[in-house]
Design a protein around this ligand. Structure first.
Ligand code: PBG
Length: 330
């Protein structure tokens, strides 16, 4: 039945009917808001590469977390900027480290907010790589197997502080298994692993690296993060992470990788999480003429990411968007 009997515009004629037939709905329930903690200066400091985002010290971050939860956002993803960086990234697994301190403060201030911590070495190592680098060697070689023990120690230390979910973002082989083993050995059997399973070596991370000062001193991340050209390899990464014990799978960045999200949705039963990263945020921020346009762009891109198959969305727009989203009350 073609035109004139069929008229596609009938179901688009007003807001109510569009609302009624809409296939994909964003709710605040699906959102995760990234937060950055540092020990000094006290208070909050604007991040110039991410307009509208801040680095907080511990007390204000607990307050901010409370405000985030009050908007209906169930989860935050926490990143730390350490006082000092060293070869082994030792502040990352120090029980008195900045992330651990912030997790304790946030859990105390907002017990029901889900606290997800980013597990990685790049913010903590002097060389800025996501794994162990032998400094005596002339070339940059990230030592996979030596990194595993450190990553597992970071995850355990986050769990001890009260993290509900740990999110390894380093892309070392075998790290999900190493982390699961470390957590279980210490009795943290209920702490879930959100694996950055298909993390592409992307230029969209630029503003983030400025925010946490984690750009590698030498070399790049191509030997561990994925080649943006590969989709079958992404599926293999996700399959392996599930086998190793990942509870949730992340794809990152989001908008340029909708095909990967759609493939993952078809192939796997685990919740799929997509990270709309710093460069995606900055791009929208700098192109929008005003707040309304910015919100419309955020909503459209996140709806597309959800439509492609992502259940959960990590986005710097979470706070700005939450008040405008559907609210399910049950
Ligand atoms: C740490 C990490 C990065 C991001 C999340 N965790 C940066 C990187 O891998 O260089 C990027 C987040 C963003 O761009 O918003 N490994």
């Amino acid at each position: 039945m073609a035109f004139p009997k069929t008229r596609m515009r009938r179901l688009r004629r007003n807001t109510t009917i569009r609302r009624w037939v809409r296939q994909t709905r964003l709710t605040a329930d699906q959102l995760v808001y990234p937060l950055f903690v540092q020990s000094k200066p006290k208070g909050r400091q604007a991040i110039s590469s991410l307009p509208g985002q801040f680095r907080y010290s511990v007390d204000p971050i607990a307050k901010e977390a409370k405000a985030v939860y009050a908007l209906g956002i169930p989860a935050i993803l926490l990143f730390g900027i350490p006082k000092t960086k060293d070869e082994a990234g030792s502040e990352a697994y120090d029980d008195e480290g900045i992330v651990q301190e912030a997790v304790r403060a946030i859990r105390k201030a907002v017990p029901d907010l889900l606290v997800i911590t980013d597990v990685c070495l790049c913010e903590y190592t002097s060389q800025g790589h996501c794994g162990w680098v032998d400094s005596s060697s002339k070339e940059i070689r990230v030592d996979n197997d030596r990194s595993l023990e450190l990553l597992s120690r970071i995850a355990v230390s986050h769990a001890k502080a009260g993290a509900h979910i740990v999110a390894p973002s380093d892309m070392m082989d075998g790290r999900v298994a190493a982390i699961r083993e470390g957590l279980d050995q210490e009795g943290f059997t209920d702490v879930a692993i959100l694996s950055y399973a298909a993390k592409f070596c992307s230029s969209f991370y630029g503003p983030f690296r400025e925010a946490v000062r984690s750009a590698p001193e030498r070399g790049d991340r191509r030997t561990y993060q994925m080649d943006p050209a590969n989709s079958r390899e992404a599926l293999k990464e996700m399959e392996l992470d599930l086998e190793e014990g990942a509870d949730l799978l992340m794809i990152k960045p989001a908008l340029p990788y909708l095909d990967i999200i759609a493939l993952a949705r078809q192939r796997f039963e685990a919740p799929i999480v997509a990270y709309q990263v710093s460069g995606e945020y900055a791009m929208i921020k700098s192109s929008a003429k005003n707040k309304d346009e910015e919100r419309a762009l955020a909503l459209e891109t996140l709806t597309a990411i959800h439509r492609a198959g992502a259940d959960i969305l990590i986005t710097y727009f979470a706070k700005a968007l939450a008040p405008y989203l559907y609210r399910l009350r049950h």
